[in-house]
Unconditional design. Structure first.
Length: 474
């Protein structure tokens, strides 16, 4: 999308986190994990990313991806110029290339089985109420998606099925977004890299143990700058290492003016195994400035999938917030490096039971209650372009009383029992990838997934078969 160049830098000051006196008594990022710098401090340079500000479009066909001192090899670029239909939950995104998941309310007693409230899509000529998967649209050269949190916690996650490889180097991933968050008790965009394509890999700050990939790194664009109106910045950088989640210490070096559908912000995430930087532009500009960095991140992976996430935390709860029903606009998702391969993913269709909740509105139960018996799901059209490296079944699941991963049988074959890989916390959604022997997958035909759990409250959502390296990159 075209942009106008704006001059000047926004100088960082202390970050404002409005309304926390009214928030629930769940932990937020400790002050010791987030520092600010005024004026801007010198930042250790990442090789290949340089320092200072970078201006101008890096050229056509690269999704605006910029580097300071080296040519950019674009491994992936999507400018969202055409809508594709036919996915089970991907909306207008091409289901061959993209995966989409949604995590919503879970309360078996109240009938909420991954309940996703209807939202108002403010774009693509809709400007009306939509339900999944119509909450993800492509029009006017943008990806447009909407979420209504229904006075609860909801997130929507989107990823391309092609890995971003930064092994032995500093990799750069970039995207545009209308970064207009009102804060971390509202709606905000996040950008995440995970080692496996697990759905619903993030939820929100109110969760003591949020759903997470076994290994990941990400950041939340949910903070503003005190005394600087109409700005936003980085409120959190987090990692998961072998299923242990941590908000890591980072330095904030600035903020940017809030974006919109017509004046978006361009972000770039520069990452190697031990150091990350976040660069961003003011609304409508391509001139990047560094707004955050973290040292000693000690990542446990160097190749993963990139996610664009819309996170909500009961944005109607506090006075002055109006983003509980909100639309974000995205564009120009790209990353550099070697062109690896593409996974092929095949989704279990979401449940579509409608549910109205007093005071929260209308919505759709997109998950399934497992109870204490077995439930079998069917996936058709599983195929390969070439022999895949391996297979996995990915899903979100919720248990209330027992620390147990639902057992799985694929096509009636031997039952796969997965040991509990997390801490002892229950009563929360989890994200998981279950390895499956390729010999158990029926390539070119219909497949069944049979799940069993001893926990009567078990909920399953966002289930898919993933064939790793089953297609080439064009």
């Amino acid at each position: 999308m075209p942009r106008l160049s704006l001059a000047g830098l926004v100088v960082s000051t202390a970050l404002l986190v409005p309304g926390w006196s009214c928030a629930p008594s769940t932990p937020r990022t400790p002050a010791s994990s987030r520092t600010t710098a005024t004026p801007r401090v010198p930042v250790p340079a990442i090789p290949g990313s340089g320092g200072g500000s970078i201006g101008g479009d890096a050229g056509t066909g690269n999704c605006m991806l910029q580097t300071a001192d080296k040519p950019t090899t674009i491994a992936f670029c999507d400018t969202f110029d055409a809508a594709h239909n036919g996915g089970t939950r991907t909306g207008d995104l091409d289901p061959v290339l993209w995966g989409v998941s949604r995590v919503g309310a879970f309360d078996v007693g109240n009938g909420e089985i991954n309940w996703i409230p209807d939202s108002t899509l403010a774009g693509c000529g809709v400007n009306g109420t939509v339900a999944p998967p119509s909450d993800v649209r492509v029009c006017n050269g943008q990806l447009v998606e909407s979420v209504d949190d229904g006075h609860t916690v909801v997130n929507l996650d989107m990823y391309p099925k092609q890995p971003f490889d930064f092994t032995g180097r500093t990799g750069t991933a970039g995207f545009d977004v209308s970064a207009d968050s009102q804060g971390n008790h509202g709606a905000w965009p996040e950008f995440i890299i995970t080692d496996k394509p697990v759905p619903g890999e993030r939820l929100d700050i109110s969760q003591i143990v949020p759903p997470a990939a076994a290994n990941e790194i990400g950041f939340a664009i949910d903070e503003g700058c005190m005394a600087t109106a109409n700005t936003t910045g980085i409120g959190k950088i987090y990692v998961t290492r072998n299923n242990v989640y941590q908000n890591i210490a980072f330095t904030s070096t600035g903020c940017v003016t809030r974006g919109s559908s017509t004046a978006m912000n361009h972000f770039e995430f520069r990452v190697n195994q031990n150091h990350v930087q976040v660069w961003a532009s003011d609304a409508g500009s391509t001139a990047l400035k560094q707004i955050a960095y973290a040292d000693n991140v000690a990542l446990t992976f160097t190749k993963g999938l990139v996610w664009m996430t819309d996170s909500h935390y009961n944005a109607c709860k506090l006075a002055g917030y109006n983003q509980c029903d909100h639309t974000f606009f995205w564009d120009n998702l790209a990353f550099d490096g070697p062109k690896t391969y593409r996974d092929l993913g095949f989704d279990v269709p979401d449940e579509t039971t409608r549910l109205s909740i007093n005071g929260q509105g209308n919505g759709t139960n997109t998950g399934y209650r497992l109870d204490t018996g077995s439930k079998t799901f069917t996936i058709s059209g599983v195929r390969q372009d070439h022999t895949p490296e391996k297979a996995q079944v990915v899903l979100n699941f919720y248990t209330r009383d027992q620390n147990v991963v639902p057992s799985l049988s694929v096509n009636g074959k031997a039952v796969i029992v997965t040991p509990w890989p997390y801490d002892a916390t229950t009563n929360t959604f989890r994200s998981i990838s279950i390895p499956v022997d390729l010999s158990q997958i029926n390539i070119g035909g219909t497949n069944t997934l049979t799940f069993t759990s001893p926990d009567h409250s078990t909920i399953l959502a966002n289930m898919s078969i993933i064939l790793v390296n089953a297609a080439s990159v064009p």
